[in-house]
Ligand binder design. Structure first.
Ligand code: SAH
Length: 218
């Protein structure tokens, strides 16, 4: 075990417990999700220079103009996706550094993850392998297209904000499936849950969030 994985100093159990308590105070209730926030070594998802801030509840830069999502938002999105979820497959759009992927990974059977920046994806693949996470299949590509090959998905989780609901993601949602996505322009994004019913989609908002934009496809 290295100093990193042993969890010393800024990455100690106490530092992580403090983050978990904070998320509880803010209303996160799911025990498996809170367990994952405690377990996943977030300091290994950011540059070493930022590692001492990894267990603060903030977004941090990960290069290429992108960020690692705020733990509260990852917890809220995961909890929202998995409430009433009785499926197996999840499509993730916006892999980034893979933190959301790592939090979700033991809670579902299989994750398909799409990221448009190949350099980010290359590092993330290696990072998740180092953490013994194997139930994820990655693809460089445009998230607006989803990933038709393995559709339909029981859940879809999108880590970047879209001005409107991406049509192809709705098409790739299984009956009863759940899509969690920030919708709206910068400064006015709402975390949104869309559920596919027999003959319509039901939409509920979960409050204001702040995400990087889901970059329009080519
Ligand atoms: N899931 C990450 C957060 C990533 S930030 C975490 O856990 O911290 C959002 C990511 O979405 C960035 O990596 C960005 O490159 C990616 N992204 C933006 N637009 C995209 C698109 N159209 N298709 C796929 N990925 C996209």
């Amino acid at each position: 075990m290295t100093a990193d994985t042993a969890g010393i100093g800024m990455t100690s159990a106490r530092t992580r417990d403090r983050l978990v308590q904070r998320l509880k105070d803010q209303g996160i209730r799911s025990r498996p999700v809170l367990e994952q926030i405690r377990n996943v070594p977030r300091h290994l998802f950011v540059d070493e220079a930022l590692a001492s801030r990894a267990y603060e509840d903030t977004a941090l830069p990960i290069g290429h103009g992108q960020t690692i999502s705020q733990p509260f938002v990852v917890a809220l999105m995961t909890e929202t996706l998995l409430a009433d979820f009785d499926g197996e497959t999840v499509l993730e759009i916006g892999t980034g550094c893979g933190y959301q992927t790592a939090v979700l990974s033991p809670l579902v059977k299989k994750i398909y993850s799409v990221e448009r920046v190949p350099e980010l994806l290359r590092k993330t693949r290696q990072r998740l392998r180092d953490l013994n996470i194997y139930n994820v299949q990655f693809r460089p590509g445009d998230g607006w297209d989803g990933w038709p090959k393995y559709a339909p998905y029981d859940g879809i989780i999108v880590a970047a904000a879209a001005p409107e609901l991406p049509e192809k993601l709705l098409e790739q949602l299984a009956p009863g499936g759940r899509l969690v996505i920030p919708i709206g322009p910068p400064g006015r994004q709402e975390l949104t849950l869309v559920t596919r019913k027999d003959d319509h989609f039901e939409q509920v908002s979960f409050g204001a969030v702040s995400f990087v934009p889901l970059v329009p496809g080519k």
